[in-house]
Design a protein around this ligand. Structure first.
Ligand code: FPP
Length: 245
């Protein structure tokens, strides 16, 4: 089936978030070192970003490195950071050609200085692009994000900048790293694992979850189109009944 031509552009999700999982298993299945899986995974990143741009999707968020990923072997962490830098250098043209704005969420200050510098450059150069926002979650953990939001809000309450009685969901939203993004409409996780793994917990409250057995390095445009096609067949009720919609 040609999934792309069956996608209803007016009903595109506003925000897709992806847990790119299975790089290690892909490498193992080919008899290669884990880091080769990550290298191959960068190609799937490019395909996915291009596919989203082709459709006119507004927001794509990729879980590239979690707070827990720091515990991986040193060589693997170094490779992931090196791939981040080389991908940023290589993909700036794709971002500019497709008018994609890059941003990063997470404890960016924990990244090596080379990665921070490259990230800063690409973020600055693409800041006026308005067709799509590509958000890289780097050294990101949702509980950490919520914790820092609570800390900031408490500080403002203490300094009489916020009245605790007025705290509502929008107050929380404004103190998250994703403050400029809409809620996640669809979360895709590859590799057959069915977990959320500390990714955008607040933002995914009503997201449609889509799991596929495909390992991330094998993920292609057609797989993304299929996921969106599937999403459009689902009925999103947000707690209401079918009849109320
Ligand atoms: C999960 O696979 C993947 C990651 C921890 C990193 C994702 C990174 C990339 C796709 C490449 C670089 C990204 C950018 C944005 C340039 P895994 O290693 O946990 O796989 P496994 O579960 O099979 O071991």
């Amino acid at each position: 089936m040609d999934f792309k031509s069956n996608i209803i552009v007016e009903k595109l999700p506003k925000h897709i978030a992806i847990i790119m999982d299975g790089n290690g298993r892909w490498a193992k299945s080919q008899g290669l070192m884990r880091v080769r899986g990550h290298e191959k995974g960068t190609k799937a990143v490019r395909e996915t970003v291009e596919a989203c741009a082709e459709l006119g999707l507004e927001n794509l968020t990729l879980y590239a490195f979690s707070t827990e990923n720091w515990k991986r072997p040193k060589l693997e962490v170094q490779t992931l950071m090196r791939l981040l830098v080389s991908s940023l250098k290589e993909e700036i043209k794709t971002l500019q050609d497709n008018k994609i704005k890059l941003q990063a969420i997470g404890c960016i200050e924990n990244l090596p200085s080379k990665a921070r510098k490259e990230l800063r450059e690409v973020i600055d150069k693409t800041s006026d692009n308005s067709h799509m926002t590509l958000t890289l979650a780097l050294s990101y953990g949702s509980r950490e994000e919520l914790t820092q939001a609570v800390r900031q809000i408490s500080e403002k309450v203490k300094n009489n900048i916020i009245d605790s009685e007025t705290i509502d969901e929008s107050t929380i939203n404004k103190h998250l790293y994703t403050q400029n993004l809409p809620d996640v409409d669809m979360m895709i996780r590859t590799s057959g694992e069915k977990r959320i793994s500390n990714f955008l917990l607040w933002q995914m409250a009503y997201a449609e979850l889509y799991f596929t057995d495909i390992l991330w390095p094998d993920f292609r445009k057609e797989n993304l189109f299929e996921a969106i096609y599937e999403y459009q067949k689902r009925e999103r009720r947000f707690g209401k009944t079918s009849e109320q919609l």
